[in-house]
Design a protein around this ligand. Structure first.
Ligand code: MZP
Length: 498
């Protein structure tokens, strides 16, 4: 046997040491744009993200609703593959065909209509916002807009009349090409609006611009109307039924695929990559791997990015069940080194994704500093309104359901397939709850603020800068204790979390 004598380390065993923060290195100047597909030195990647976040290929995390919400914030979801190819392609199609605004006729609604009536229409059509015009067409006069946020604020929507929630826009009519991003932004903040309609001189509604869209397209007003085309979306595939699944996903308009397997260092992944590369012009990532050999094998087989991580996922019991895995930090550090060497030798940069095991927000920054170009998370996203699972009350707390792809509930045997019986012989994942945390955007905004703040302390303004210049230290078990509140008597309110 070959022994790796260095212990296998996790994110919590590391901290970042601050470097000189220059005056221009404020969090506002930190840029989180990142590549997700490989590119040649001096060229641009075909697909990049505005924030380094992807949601996990899991039934309890990534459906079309999550994909729309995350793409709107600048990230991407990989829609789960443990469903029929047809159903998965339908979810991809819903994301690609999604239009930010939806116009209904005022005449479809009686004057007594409630907010719930509007929301039912919204639900039926799968949109996050309903715009109400006087004649129900885009040419009609815009009377108002009801958003999901209004719905949440109302608590008891049936008691409220639409008019209480409509945001009147009569004073906000602009020619679509005349308004600049910053003007629109000012208006949104000034009027405390969630979104702004862009209409032409004939009052034809062109687009509803959301606050979050501004954040995602900062600095490029026209991108907002390019953005109206469609959101980007990914999808997970396996190395069994790819000849049926990939054509359906490509036909539905998927932007990028990923082969989703717990251990991706296999000839099946090579075969799948070769099939996709020789039959389709679509980007495809592969994984998961935890070492240099696995990374190089997948890259040489054609992968556009590589996913790193075995056994670190919050719902994962692979390490306990079959003794396979590696601490996420150690895996990432080795793969990132192999990626740098490969780049030096070939001039081709292959992005890597750190998948699983993110517990605290700073773990994301650590993963980026250790060489990840983006992270994939399950537990993090499962907590939000936009995840596909039920919100329940357990004791005094609201929770959301969250189960692993290797659990009996998901029955995704293809993810754990090693060429044997076509079934899930034993579980490698658990069925669990996660604390409910509210909306994706609010939480993502907070996480991004923290990442930008850490990067500013490190004196770095981009992910590439962080990867090249971060200073990382191992922490001892005793210094971990020092990092929390210690040697003080906690007040009751702190203890009860009030
Ligand atoms: P986390 O963000 O919840 O810690 O981890 C999510 C990752 O765990 C997924 O992206 C996937 O790689 C992995 N996963 C999903 N299901 C299982 C399982 O049932 C699993 N074991 O390990």
């Amino acid at each position: 046997a070959h022994y790796y004598l260095e212990p296998s380390r996790t994110f919590s065993e590391f901290l970042l040491i601050p470097s000189l923060t220059t005056k221009d290195c404020t969090p506002a100047n930190v840029e989180l744009k990142t590549p997700i597909t490989k590119f040649k030195k001096g060229e641009q990647p075909d697909i990049s993200l505005n924030i380094p976040f992807t949601s996990a290929v899991m039934q309890s995390v990534s459906d079309n609703n999550m994909a729309i919400a995350l793409a709107r914030c600048g990230g991407i979801s990989f829609i789960y593959g443990s469903q029929s190819a047809e159903d998965q392609a339908a979810m991809v199609r819903k994301v690609k065909e999604y239009k930010a605004g939806f116009v209904v006729s005022r005449s479809n609604l009686t004057p007594e209509a409630t907010l719930q009536d509007v929301l039912d229409l919204k639900e039926r059509n799968g949109h996050s916002t309903v715009a109400i015009t006087d004649d129900g067409t885009p040419n009609g006069k815009l009377l108002g807009i009801v958003t999901s946020r209004d719905y949440r604020m109302s608590r008891d929507p049936l008691d409220k009349r639409i008019k209480d929630f409509m945001t009147p826009f009569s004073s906000l009519i602009y020619g679509d090409s005349k308004i600049t991003l910053s003007e629109a932004n000012d208006l949104i903040w000034q009027h405390k609006l969630n979104c702004l309609p862009i209409v032409d001189e004939e009052q034809k509604l062109h687009y509803l611009v959301f606050r979050k869209d501004y954040d995602a397209h900062k600095g490029n007003p026209l991108a907002l109307l390019d953005a109206n085309k469609s959101y980007i979306v990914g999808a997970g595939i396996n190395s069994r039924d790819y000849e049926e699944r990939v054509p359906a996903l490509v036909e539905a308009g998927v932007d990028v695929l990923v082969i989703d397997a717990s251990d991706g260092y296999s000839e099946w992944q090579q075969e799948t990559l070769k099939y996709v590369k020789s039959n389709f012009n679509v980007k495809i990532g592969a994984g998961n791997v935890v070492d240099r050999e696995g990374f190089l094998y997948l890259v040489e087989s054609g992968a556009d990015f590589v996913k790193v991580g075995i056994g670190g996922g919050s719902i994962c019991i692979t390490r306990e069940q079959i003794g396979i895995g590696r601490g996420q930090a150690s895996a990432l550090i080795e793969v990132a080194k192999a990626r740098e060497e490969y780049y030096e030798q070939t001039g081709i940069y292959v992005p890597i994704c750190s998948d699983g095991g993110i517990v605290h927000d700073y773990h994301i920054t650590l993963a980026l500093a250790m060489g990840a170009d983006f992270v994939m998370m399950g537990r993090y996203f499962a907590r939000f309104d936009e995840s596909p699972t039920k919100k329940l009350k357990v004791g005094n707390n609201f929770v959301k359901e969250f189960w692993g792809e290797g659990s009996n509930r998901a029955r995704n045997w293809q993810r754990y397939d090693t060429g044997g019986k076509q079934s899930l012989v034993f579980e490698e994942g658990v069925d669990s709850y996660v604390p409910y945390a509210g909306s994706l955007q609010e939480n993502l905004d907070k996480t991004i603020s923290k990442i930008k703040s850490t990067m500013s302390h490190c004196g770095t303004k981009s992910i590439e800068d962080l990867q090249n210049n971060a200073r990382i230290t191992i922490v001892s078990a005793t210094s971990l204790v020092e990092g929390g509140a210690h040697d003080v008597i906690m007040k009751e309110s702190t203890l009860s979390g009030e």
